[in-house]
Write a protein that binds this ligand. Structure first.
Ligand code: GH3
Ligand code: MG
Ligand code: MG
Ligand code: MG
Length: 316
């Protein structure tokens, strides 16, 4: 289902927490003032399947990071083009935190200990001393990437609802807050929908909790196919869901949710105990307010109206 594309593309906000490291081959930057040294490291990385870019200073590194969202690692030598590696690391860490980007500093024999300390102080994850054995280089790179992956997986699971694999309430609040900040900057409107399955308790009482869960998963699948990846959709309670969209026309957004409501109503969920259908009530609040908590409360009030006026309908 493709909604009109007039909306701001928030995909990159979602990408921040959707970066994958094992499924998608991660890329690296080799920053070194010396061309031969760069080539050596690029070749080593290539051997264990990591594509890398070359850079000589902060500007080049930043440009590469902006353009290639799949870069997870920067290897920085102390001697660069008009800069020192320690300065570069300091600058990079002001923008890129350790949970998004791994940095390895490269020192040289002779002044390695002092410099290694400086690298770590400035925010490097690790360091390696030249000349190095390729095995050590390999291990240090992998160690840094594994840590990144570990952080990523943990963040993902902290933001994901286990049953439906949708965003949970925590994710909704954190990503929703960012979407509001952006919408305010762009002076665009925000549409917030609160959705609640009608008489869900009856499903549990009639068929059992296990079947209730199955219904929730089926409903979550309809959410996933109906909304865009850049729309924020979350399971915020047992059988309660929230959707946040921005920069969208009133008629359009009502149409989107009306179609969704119909899809839920007509979906037949087959179980061992027979076919089940459910309906959903929707409170939809469209405004130029940017405080998430307030917006959600308004949508919740409209949901209450939808429930009280017969259910299986949208109030906006
Ligand atoms: P209404 O139309 O007013 O929303 O009625 P309702 O029965 O859907 O509302 P109510 O809030 O009374 O009941 C919600 C039920 O959702 C109660 C709870 O047992 C069930 N529930 C909450 N979380 C889960 C879950 O993870 N799995 C299952 N199977 N049921 C859940
Ligand atoms: Mg409820
Ligand atoms: Mg209820
Ligand atoms: Mg309900």
């Amino acid at each position: 289902y493709v909604v009109n594309n007039e909306g701001i593309d928030y995909t990159y906000i979602l990408q921040m927490i959707e970066r994958t490291y094992k499924n998608q081959v991660v890329k690296a930057i080799v920053a070194d003032g010396n061309k031969t040294a760069r080539a050596t490291q690029v070749n080593l990385l290539k051997k264990f399947n990591i594509d890398s870019f070359e850079a000589k200073n902060t500007l080049e590194i930043e440009r590469l990071l902006q353009k290639n969202k799949d870069i997870g690692l920067v290897i920085v030598d102390q001697s660069l083009d008009g800069e020192t590696g320690t300065d570069v690391i300091l600058k990079l860490r002001k923008i890129h935190s350790k949970d998004n980007l791994a940095i390895i500093g490269v020192t040289e024999h002779g002044h390695s200990s002092r410099l290694a300390i400086e690298f770590l102080k400035k925010g490097a994850n690790d360091f390696i001393t030249k000349p190095f054995i390729s095995e050590e280089f390999n291990l240090r790179v992998m160690q840094s990437l594994d840590t990144l992956e570990f952080i990523h997986v943990n963040k993902q699971s902290a933001m994901t609802d286990h049953l439906t694999q949708m965003y949970n309430k925590r994710a909704f609040e954190s990503l929703g807050g960012e979407i509001c900040i952006l919408a305010k900057k762009e002076d665009s409107n925000v549409a917030c929908a609160m959705l609640d399955i009608d008489f869900f308790k009856k499903i549990n009482d009639t068929y059992g909790h296990h079947i209730g869960d199955k219904v929730l998963v089926s409903v979550s699948e309809i959410f996933k196919e109906h909304f865009r990846k850049s729309d924020l959709v979350a399971r915020v309670g047992g059988e309660e869901f929230t959707v946040l969209l921005s920069n969208i026309k009133t008629e359009k957004v009502v149409e989107i949710f009306e179609e969704f409501r119909k899809k839920i109503e007509s979906k037949v969920i087959s179980t061992d105990n027979g076919d089940i259908t459910v309906t959903i009530s929707i409170g939809l609040y469209l405004s130029k307010e940017y405080i998430l908590h307030n917006i959600v409360e308004k949508a919740d009030g409209l949901l209450y109206d939808a429930k009280n006026s017969g259910r299986n309908k949208i109030k906006f």
